[in-house]
Design a protein around this ligand. Structure first.
Ligand SMILES: [Zn+2]
Length: 299
């Protein structure tokens, strides 16, 4: 039987699509070197500074969705629900906001987004009252919330943005009022930095140049590690499969570094509770377990 030309062309197109899918969607990166998370060192640094925080609160300011196979390499095309969160760490006499989320207006850019304006207003109020504001990284969905604070000058001295976050290419500078970013004093440290009693930062570049871990240890001994967007779902860590090449090309990530961090997170003791920024399943599980509370209380 003579094989017609269109059959050859179809076969070649199909083969190219399969190779492309395998290359772009089905494979996660290999770890580049070893990323070290020394939990004992984080614990010691957390305890060095005084009374530990008492609790953590979370606000869900929105929902959105990505195709599952952009979130976990090799998985299906169905939509994967994600959340936009802001957290607050509370001591009896002070508060710290971890990630400021993004305004409902800015949130419209997220695919399939549904924003909660009232939750965002509570985050704005918490930012104004906070003694410290810190970010897992400099992407808009984590930092935009401070850009729209009215009277930016009143919060500027409480913002602990790292030099890499402030000067890096991922910061959406146009979202900030004129002169606002210049009024910020960047935080400079190498490796690890004790930010407050019970709170320690650790550099974790890869997802963005300014990515960092935020370790929090409460007075009752519960310990948390905010991992930002090193993973988009806890499944990245438990399955040890990161984002596919296509997502990482779109994000301009350092894939090998992110993979090394995912590996290190997977090897941590189980009692270090990982807070993955966009995971609704982990959020519900942690709320049910009473690890933190939903909604910022009105202090
Ligand atoms: Zn994010």
């Amino acid at each position: 039987m003579k094989i017609k030309r269109w059959m050859w062309i179809s076969a070649l197109v199909l083969a190219a699509l399969l190779v492309g899918k395998h290359f772009l969607l089905d494979t996660a990166a290999e770890a580049k070197g070893a990323y070290v998370i020394d939990v004992d060192a984080l614990h010691r640094a957390a305890l060095a500074g005084g009374a530990l925080p008492e609790r953590i609160e979370v606000e869900k300011v929105g929902e959105f969705a990505f195709p599952r196979n952009l979130v976990v390499a090799g998985e299906g095309f169905h939509m994967h629900p994600m959340v936009l969160l802001s957290h607050r760490v509370l001591w009896p006499d002070r508060t710290l906001v971890v990630d400021a989320a993004m305004s409902p207006e800015a949130g419209k850019k997220m695919p399939g987004s549904k924003m909660d304006g009232a939750a965002y207003e509570r985050v704005q109020a918490a930012i104004k009252k906070a003694n410290l504001i810190v970010f897992t990284h400099e992407h808009p969905d984590h930092i935009n919330g401070i850009a729209s604070v009215t009277d930016f000058a009143t919060i500027a001295s409480n913002v602990r943005i790292t030099r890499e976050q402030l000067e890096g290419p991922k910061l959406e500078r146009e979202a900030f009022p004129a002169g606002a970013l210049r009024s910020l004093q960047p935080l400079e440290y190498d490796g690890m930095y004790a930010l407050a009693p019970g709170v320690v930062l650790q550099k974790a570049p890869g997802h963005t140049p300014g990515s960092q871990l935020v370790y929090v240890e409460l007075a009752n001994g519960t310990r948390f590690l905010f991992v930002g967007d090193i993973a988009w779902t806890n499944d990245n860590i438990t399955e040890q499969i990161g984002r596919p090449r296509l997502a990482q090309i779109m994000l301009a990530e350092d894939r090998g570094s992110v993979a090394a961090e995912v590996k290190a997170l997977g090897a941590l003791p189980r009692d270090v509770h990982l807070i993955v920024a966009h995971d609704p399943v982990a959020l519900e599980r942690d709320l049910r377990a009473g690890l933190y509370r939903q909604g910022f209380s009105n202090l």
